[in-house]
Design a protein around this ligand. Structure first.
Ligand code: NAP
Length: 244
């Protein structure tokens, strides 16, 4: 039976790279997007042109009904979902004292509630099959905190706690829950960083460079594989040594 994955926020950046990496590893791939329909459909076309099995589904993961529809669409298309990657996320660069309640709530709605909604939708079937993998995409800022990114850091820290607790609850059901906490990765999320900012970040990174989406994608595919069956509740941080 074909292995299958739902990747939230897979129209761009890390999620898109993960869609290609999972397809290359033989998975049927559900590419979730919200606004970037053209990019999502192009990824589907390219994956299927290469002989893969992908489809795109528009859903705002912060909305419970849409997250449930996303997972249901993948279950109907593939008959089951083996892996859920909670990758969709938004950033917020703002002094804490200037962060509005609406901004704080939106960051949590997408970055934290999105994972909650998708897990609630995907888990009943995984539990009854006694098989499944949940991968949550946090951030180094969820581990060590970032100035002017308090809402983002707090939401990413919440995903780490969510991962650990859920791993304990789901272990007896043979479901692994792990967290990937990337350092700075070259995606549109960091599009506002100047060349000087990027140089500074590279200088602070022992490996002397920022990461590529493919660096995170390869780790996600490994964590989803049978080779990682004894790994659960862990936070793995592809960050070039930026945080050790
Ligand atoms: P990105 O290039 O900005 O892509 C974000 C993705 O999330 C897009 O596909 C976007 O879809 C989707 N998305 C946003 N809100 C959504 C919603 N409400 N429902 C569904 N999808 C939604 O970001 P990225 O750098 O690839 O980041 C991916 C994940 O990695 C995020 O969780 C981010 O916090 C985390 N991360 C990134 C870095 C980094 O340096 N880039 C570092 C650590 C962690 P549409 O465009 O279709 O709306």
């Amino acid at each position: 039976m074909e292995k299958t994955v739902v990747i939230t926020g897979a129209s761009r950046g890390i999620g898109k790279s993960a869609a290609f990496a999972f397809s290359d590893a033989g998975y049927g791939v559900c590419i979730n997007y919200l606004q970037s329909e053209k990019e999502a459909l192009e990824a589907v076309t390219e994956i299927n042109r290469r002989g893969g099995n992908a489809f795109a589904f528009r859903a705002d993961v912060s909305v419970e009904a849409q997250a449930r529809a996303l997972v249901r669409a993948a279950q109907e298309r593939f008959s089951h979902v083996d892996v859920l990657v909670n990758n969709a996320g938004i950033a917020l660069d703002r002094l804490f004292t200037q962060t509005t309640t609406e901004e704080w709530s939106r960051v949590f709605a997408v970055n934290v509630n999105g994972a909650f909604h998708c897990c609630q939708a995907a888990l009943p079937d995984m539990i009854s099959r006694k098989k499944g993998k949940i991968l949550n995409v946090s951030s180094v800022w969820g581990m060590v905190g970032a100035s002017c990114e308090v809402a983002y850091s707090a939401g990413k820290a919440a995903l780490i706690g969510f991962t650990k607790a859920l791993a304990k609850e789901l272990g007896p059901s043979n479901i692994q829950v792990n967290c990937v906490a990337p350092g700075v990765i070259d995606t549109e999320m960091n599009g506002s960083l100047s060349d000087a900012d990027l140089l500074c970040l590279c200088e602070q990174t022992p490996l002397g460079k920022i990461g590529k989406p493919e660096d995170v994608a390869a780790l996600l595919v490994f964590l989803a594989s049978d080779k990682a069956d004894f790994l659960t509740g862990q936070v793995i941080s592809p960050n070039g040594g930026f945080v050790i």
